[in-house]
Design a protein around this ligand. Structure first.
Ligand SMILES: [Zn+2]
Length: 133
């Protein structure tokens, strides 16, 4: 199971900009990179349209999501995680997030009003350590 995620300062800043510029709606995207051992190494954060465009939930545009997956695959990488923002609440998975996470083994990175946290589902919510590089 993944227990830490490495992400560049540049990608963290990009997600912060997405959080601010999509307020009051949630923004979302995918994290592309590689996984080795218990570490997810993010090489690129890629914004994806939130087709729900609400203040409390998100849904990745299916076509953009597929294209991102395809691009990652072609370069020998994978989608190691998904990020989304909580513009007006803390970086804690909502009830909807928890239900959705159960069908997704990747890392969930949430940028909330109080900072960024990451989680993975494994018989419950587990915290994933964020390491900035
Ligand atoms: Zn959420």
């Amino acid at each position: 199971m993944i227990n830490e995620i490495k992400i560049s300062k540049k990608d963290i800043e990009l997600i912060q900009v997405e959080l601010e510029s999509n307020k009051p709606y949630e923004a979302c995207g995918v994290l592309i990179g590689t996984i080795s051992g218990g570490t997810a190494h993010v090489e690129k954060a890629l914004p994806v349209t939130n087709v729900k465009r609400t203040r409390t939930s998100f849904e990745l545009d299916p076509k953009e999501h597929y294209n991102a997956w395809n691009e990652a695959e072609k370069s020998g990488k994978e989608i190691v995680g998904v990020y989304h923002t909580h513009p007006v609440s803390s970086a804690v998975p909502s009830l909807w997030d928890r239900e959705t996470m159960q069908n997704d083994t990747s890392v969930w990175l949430i940028a909330g009003a109080d900072g960024m946290r990451a989680y993975v589902w494994g018989n419950g919510i587990k915290a994933v350590k964020i390491i900035q590089y």
